[in-house]
Design a protein around this ligand. Sequence first.
Ligand SMILES: *Cc1c(COP(=O)(O)O)cnc(C)c1O
Length: 239
Amino acid sequence: MLDPATIRVRLREVHERIDRAASRAQRDPSTICLVAVSKFFAAQDVRSAAEAGQVHFGESKVQEALSKMDQTADLDLTWHLVGHLQSNKARRAASHFHVIHSVDDAALISKLDEAAGAASRTVQLLIQIDLAGEPTKHGVNVDALHAVLEAARQTHFVRVVGLMLLPPAVAHPEAARPYFTRLRALRDELAALFPDLPLSELSMGMSLDFEVAIEEGATMVRIGSAIFGDRPTHRFSRP
Ligand SMILES: *Cc1c(COP(=O)(O)O)cnc(C)c1O
């Protein structure tokens, strides 16, 4: 278990950095959602962050997340799935998460819609975009995007609200900027083509580069190590 005081201090520092980046970009910091990525950390650490005022938490694996949701069920938290979602876990994901950032195909959208309906829930979805064309990465290729957004138009219980980006690992935050700029431009293009979809959210930016992402329009930043420290790699496999 991490020291709750350390988590509190780091959260405050991250908020200060978000505020400064927003101010550089002349944006209102309250329009930027901080998602604390708690993957690999214990439910007790989620609790410490929640006690310091944190509401949004991100997890990369369904199973691991469900166990933490269970152990923090007395708290009013909002859960985000940020890791890849296999279609055989769609039902469980749609019954427990509030926001799913990693949707990358049309069939998955229909499946999530059906599952959310069966659970009488609404779930927000983001389409994960593959801008770099890396063979090992998940995400929708830009060419395949129109079919995915057509599927998004047919849903009743899930709602596609924006795009998510996991850019290639970069050595310096500035190197990620062109990806963030492109995601935002793509969102603007799609918003014009699909005016009936509320594509207002841009989930981009992690511990190393969230300030650059905010300058480029991020509305959700997914931050793990800057809050919880280095992840204990021995407990779970990396996503
Ligand atoms: C782990 C993870 C994060 C958080 O990464 P940090 O570098 O620790 O901030 C953000 N997004 C996704 C998709 C992740 O898997």
